[in-house]
Design a protein. Structure first.
Length: 266
């Protein structure tokens, strides 16, 4: 029994209007065009990557924040602190080696580990929610309903674009809504959000929004006045300028209340 299309000596089938040879040429031409399209697509992707890099540089140089939330991966805390310190030390050692530093020198041998511990346990410890300060509210039994202002709260942070220091003063005010909090907690909230790679605008908003939740009031004011090392020690290298950002909500959107606050922090 003979099955159609299974004969071993079957001749190539001709397509009407196109001989088999012409079809092969057509296929070769199509394949060539596809390769050109792939090359063109790759070039477009490379151009897009270049544009993305330029965009990132512009964002970094202009100190632009992309969101109120600190950009963190979902798996940011799967590694424990000890493992993070070990990995960061290894990478920082490689950076120092690439820079040409002699890691056998007594002064430099311990630097990778010191830097790693500093990153995880000190200057970036605000990334970990477990380090968020606990707060305890107290009843406002004395009925104080005017501005409470805590000014000149010192803070240190790091620019997320260049990883160099930001340092300055925070000024906070709130109007109690039946609850008050210990003054040191205001300092601790500022410190918690400052101890992470930051942009000052984001830092200001994070402090303001957290105080609204913590104090259970809309009447919050935050002003930050800070110097940025990415401005003073690189780039324009301006030594005298500072950056001021503000957050106002509730009654502080009213001119009289805001003016009173600003008068106190001058």
């Amino acid at each position: 029994m003979k099955l159609n299309g299974t004969s071993s000596n079957a001749q190539p089938k001709k397509v009407e209007g196109i001989h088999n040879h012409d079809k092969q040429v057509s296929q070769t031409s199509t394949t060539s065009n596809k390769k050109k399209q792939v090359k063109k697509t790759t070039k477009q992707v490379q151009l897009t990557e270049k544009e993305q890099e330029e965009k990132s540089q512009i964002i970094g140089e202009n100190h632009i924040a992309t969101s109120i939330e600190t950009p963190l991966r979902k798996d940011a805390f799967e590694l424990d602190d000890a493992t993070k310190i070990e990995k960061i030390a290894d990478h920082f050692k490689e950076i120092m080696d690439i820079l040409g530093l002699d890691l056998t020198d007594d002064s430099l041998q311990g630097t990778p580990k010191r830097v790693a511990k500093m990153y995880v346990q000190e200057i970036f410890k605000g990334l970990n929610p477990e380090n968020k300060p606990a707060t305890k509210m107290f009843d406002n039994k004395f009925g104080y309903n005017q501005l409470l202002v805590e000014k000149n709260i010192s803070f240190h942070s790091h620019c997320e674009h260049h990883f160099v220091p930001i340092h300055g003063k925070a000024h906070i005010a709130y109007i109690s809504n039946n609850g008050v909090v210990g003054l040191s907690k205001l300092h601790r909230i500022v410190d918690y959000f400052a101890r992470r790679p930051q942009v000052q605008e984001r830092l200001t908003n994070q402090i303001g929004e957290e105080l609204k939740k913590m104090l259970e009031t809309e009447d919050i004011a935050v002003v930050l006045d800070a110097a940025h090392m990415c401005v003073s020690m690189r780039g324009i290298q301006d030594q005298t300028s500072t950056t001021i950002t503000s957050f106002y909500s509730g009654k502080f959107n009213e001119e009289a209340t805001r003016s009173e606050f600003l008068k106190y922090i001058q």
